[in-house]
Design a protein around this ligand. Sequence first.
Ligand code: PMP
Length: 481
Amino acid sequence: MIELDWKPTKNSPEPLYRQIVVYIRDKVAAGDWVIGSRLPSQRDMAEAFGVNRSTVVAAMEELISYGILESGYGGGTRVKSNTWSLLMSRPPDWSEYIKSGPFRANLPTIQAINRLEFEPGYIRIGTGELSPDLYPEKLLTKIFRRMPEVVPNLGYLGALGLPELGRAISERLREKQGIKVGPSNILITSGSLQALQLISVCMLKRGSAVYTEAPTYLKSLQVFQSAGMNMIGVPMDGEGIKYWHIKDDCKDSLLYTIPTFQNPTGTVMSEARRKELLNFAAGHRLPLLEDNAYGELWFDARPPKALKAYDTTGSVIYLGTVSKTMAPGLRIGWVAGPEAVVQRLGDVKMQTDYGASSVSQWVMTELLTSGGYDEYLEKLRVELKERRDYALAILKEEFSGMATWNVPEGGFYIWLRFDRKLPMDKIFSDALKSGVLINPGNIYDYGENNAIRISYAYAKPEELKKALKILSGIGEKYYKR
Ligand code: PMP
């Protein structure tokens, strides 16, 4: 994917088209733009460079005449050759190298979302992050100011992370969730994503089955697939995963679940289902990986206890994070599990990054031990609930008769399902053209679906309204066809 993050200098003696020629030539020569890569359209380039289209045309003509670019099949311009750079020195064939590692690239739609989220001008109605408006500036400023006295040094930490934080987390898990673990059962990770990554490379054989809810957040990543796992989607109902669809012979496999305010469907696994699932897991010696990223974000009533709280057989590895409740930028997550498991993961973590940021770990310790985190969470729940109600009211106005959706009791997400099969890729690109960035449901699923993940946590309420109106207009257009 070629990105244009440069502009020619307007008042330079060098003509604009020449500057563009040199820029593109150097990108190709440096191996940044590999042979065969497709350049953006002339119109997009003109816009990105801030020049007239005729200037781009002149630059393209010159680059084509040098044999660096070719205009090709089906319109479009591609990088043809970097052979003139042979005269200088021959770069390694990066296009081959970058295809060679075992870690898979993101899905193209996710790459696009990851890029567009950082471009101004889009209303983001699928983003799984709290709005910058909800950033607890006062609280965090107070905590940051204390850091000079609190942080004793910034040396490396032990394999399980900052002991003070491990203690604070284990106390919190006991107190709030009834999860009976001690500090020796806790590994601090750099976000819960790192825990997933560590588990994928430390604990499973290639070819092992990883069962998940269908749809699931995990399917939008390539972590387990890159480690050679076989991902298997298990259907859900209103009470959670229908675990009885799992094969009886599930040796060497693992079940990943988000039982509370599931991403992307918002579903909460019922207490009865939790107990049945644990029985099933214990009976089959099937490890459960419980991802509780959203569990503390309940609105009216606490959800059932975490699976880990009912776990008497040591079948559950529990993942927590502050990314959804407060600040993904802290990159603080944790694993709570059997000692042998956290030690194994901690050993590999030491080999990969030698610990999560100790500044972040001290900040998190202060947040938890000062009581500031809990006070903040209480307010956040109220705010999120208001946003949910607002989003539901708009959905009712805009999507009734065309789609159905859940009423989430916590977390961030509404799973909006059109009643008919619609061309979701076209809806994605039409929405983009109107300045709305959506997370289409198929990125979380094992096949096509007619769903869109709506998050009421990120966009400003009035922007969410505007964007949902636009989206319903687009939906209607295809719905009627
Ligand atoms: N688990 C779930 C269910 C999530 O939704 C996310 C973020 N979208 C993560 C894990 C990753 O969060 P982090 O690495 O920031 O803790």
